[in-house]
Design a protein around this ligand. Structure first.
Ligand SMILES: [Zn+2]
Length: 241
């Protein structure tokens, strides 16, 4: 699912969208991965070094799946690839609201749903703020479709794909309980979309851009959280950068 969580905390500060994007497009995949782990329920179980190993493997997994599809369908659009692989693509015009800003959704076994409300809003925002300088010719809808397609592929390959098979042992004997690391799926889906659509920056940038379409304060808070997760804020404040 491509969703952005609304934060409870309210802040006064709203950053201009071009300032935020200008910074976010330069973050590395490892930095985005650390941010992804912020929302991982098992986050405390891992050291930073372990997280980096997981991030790199999940990233590679997404990238390899995209390369496989590109080889298989060199001249097809993302929409055609979705159809060829047996998925049904739907779009909804319903306005988005509630606790989460859900932008797109995959439902097992083969439904992909894109909310066109957020796509339209994002396109207007990009135009009005001349954000093309950062985003080049990014197609938001294609990006959302690619992200959800990865979740569909994960379902089809759930017994073999890294993002589904990697597990952590939560309890030792006598009862073994292994759990999936949820954020690896998201890291894989972003890497997949990036590779498939040849996007020069991390699609995680969309978390802030799409949230900004609905709540500017929340997008700013998310931006601060990303900088905190990636260590950028701290570095700048201590004057090292
Ligand atoms: Zn997702």
């Amino acid at each position: 699912m491509f969703k952005v969580e609304r934060e409870q905390e309210i802040i006064e500060k709203v950053y201009p969208i071009d300032e935020m994007l200008g910074k976010l497009v330069h973050l590395t995949e490892n930095q985005w991965g650390i941010y992804a782990f912020y929302h991982e329920p098992l986050e405390r179980k891992f050291t930073k070094e372990q997280k980096i190993k997981y991030i790199q493997k999940a990233y590679q997994c997404g990238q390899e799946e995209a390369k496989l599809l590109k080889e298989q369908y060199p001249n097809k659009t993302i929409e055609e690839i979705i159809m060829e692989n047996g998925f049904c693509l739907h779009t909804s015009d319903e306005p988005i609201g509630g606790e989460y800003v859900v932008l797109a959704q995959y439902t097992e076994p083969n439904e992909i749903l894109i909310y066109s409300d957020c796509v339209k809003k994002a396109e207007v925002l990009i135009k009005e703020n001349q954000l093309e300088q950062y985003l080049k010719n990014l197609q938001i809808k294609e990006l959302l479709m690619a992200h959800e397609l990865f979740h569909g592929i994960e379902y089809q390959k759930k017994k073999s794909i890294y993002t589904q098979t990697e597990k952590i042992e939560l309890w030792r004997k006598p009862f073994s309980n292994k759990s999936k690391i949820v954020c690896l799926s998201e890291i894989g889906a972003m890497a997949f979309a990036k590779e498939l659509l040849q996007i020069p920056f991390s699609p995680y940038v969309m978390d802030v851009l799409l949230m900004f379409c609905y709540q500017e304060e929340m997008a700013s808070l998310l931006y601060e959280e990303i900088l905190e997760a990636t260590g950028i804020q701290g570095i700048e404040e201590s004057g090292v950068l």
